[in-house]
Design a protein around this ligand. Sequence first.
Ligand SMILES: NC(=O)c1ccc[n+]([C@@H]2O[C@H](COP(=O)([O-])OP(=O)(O)OC[C@H]3O[C@@H](n4cnc5c(N)ncnc54)[C@H](O)[C@@H]3O)[C@@H](O)[C@H]2O)c1
Length: 497
Amino acid sequence: MCALRLGVRFIDTDQVIAQESGASIAQLLEREGEAALRERERQLIERLSVEPCVVAVGGGLITMEPVRKLLRARGFVVGLDASVPVLLSRLAQSKEVRPLLLPDPSVTLPALLSRREAAYRDVDVRICVDDLSAEQAAERVCLLYRQEQPVLTMGEVCYSDSLPDAGLYGNRSIVLFDQVLATVGRGVLGPWLSRIPLRYEVAAGESLKELSGFSTHVEQILTLAQRAESPVEVVAIGGGSVGDFAGFFASVWKRGVPLVQIPSTWLSAIDSAHGGKNALNVGKIKNQIGTIVFAKQIHLCRELLFLQPKERAREALGELIKMAIIDGGAWTQELFSSTLSGSELLWRFLPDAVRAKYSVVRADPYEKLGLRHHLNLGHTIGHVLESVHQLPHGLAVAQGLHFALQVSRKRGFLAETDLRYLEAILSERFGLPDRKGQLPKIPQRRFLELLSQDKKRTSNAAIRFVVVEQLGQVRTVEISLAELCALAIEQGYVLTE
Ligand SMILES: NC(=O)c1ccc[n+]([C@@H]2O[C@H](COP(=O)([O-])OP(=O)(O)OC[C@H]3O[C@@H](n4cnc5c(N)ncnc54)[C@H](O)[C@@H]3O)[C@@H](O)[C@H]2O)c1
């Protein structure tokens, strides 16, 4: 639960040891003894990845001083305490054999705890979980971690079947919501929305993000905010346009107030609600001004996301596959071979895609190292297709992935077999074939004009372009506009003049 909320990988040391040795912890204790088991655990902790993750360790492992030191040096160590009666009642409900507590846990457990007390005290923080559900304990751990490392966690990601209780959004929350949500699904959200006292309805879309309309919105929101208690927070409920608008507003209102995101489209749930970026459009040029400020919480609610029409799920696949190609973790194979489809597929793999996005963002939160730029895979020509052919964003990205794969092969970064494999995943597995032949060709001058407005342009004559080396390995290269245009002509996207 903590790993899901923080959007990082989860490692259970007992599970890993059992998997690697082919025996349960109880069998290993019996066969090899406690010292040998502790040695296995120590080796595992030493080789743990440096990637952000939540690690669950057994109570014995933490008693080893070198391991404890290592864990504290690398991370934030939380001890979960419970009283002896609570532990005994939980043990009675569990079928797991605990050899160290035999023969009678009511005698052995208190003795074991008192032997280990000094070690259990030597952690960053201890919390008593006697009266907490697992969900509440996870919430408290994440809160403590966030206070400890506010920049690294970048907001808590919460997954739930239904929307958070509307009662939570009292007079401290200014809720900006997409007006469409009052009517979708035969108005199921109407009663929920009407329980929110300080709500501001917006029409989603690019015009909402238009700088010229921003001051009118701000004046109306400030009038509403006169009824708000201090301190205030902004809650955005809607797709990427509402998230971008609300994120920008929250980041500049009173020099910055906390933001909560409740994405209502797949695109925003997979991508735009995470990572702190927001933007407004200036004239016809998209995303020209914006800030990077991380939301305090992102709620991903099945009920809300499943209200979207089926077609939106297909469109969102482009972003999901992009994340899979960038990340390449074990989940990508599961995704590629999954028999699920549509919204069920997206919901199943949402935590993996979100985790993958955070692992890129965390490595370069403010886009200083160029790593975050990898998230633009498929977007260079994708944005051009979106604006010229009015393609939905996800479909434009999927087409942009085809182009990026071809460029990667052409430039010698991607092997022919990998090209064929990834093309087949896009076309056959996900029904997103290369449709460049069906799109009207873009006049060369228009193509170059759009490319030169791209934020990824490095100089007048070049652009940063993300190429694929293999599944899970991408890199940014600089390509001159002339070369990119020549590649687009060769691929059949652009008409020479
Ligand atoms: N900040 C970022 O990191 C980032 C990343 C990618 C895209 N974006 C931005 O996101 C925007 C596109 O996102 P989007 O497609 O979510 O846009 P959107 O907010 O315009 O929503 C698309 C449409 O879906 C409707 N809608 C929203 N929720 C619905 C629901 N549950 N059921 C039915 N209809 C619903 C909206 O009313 C709208 O008509 C663009 O402005 C883009 O620039 C931002």
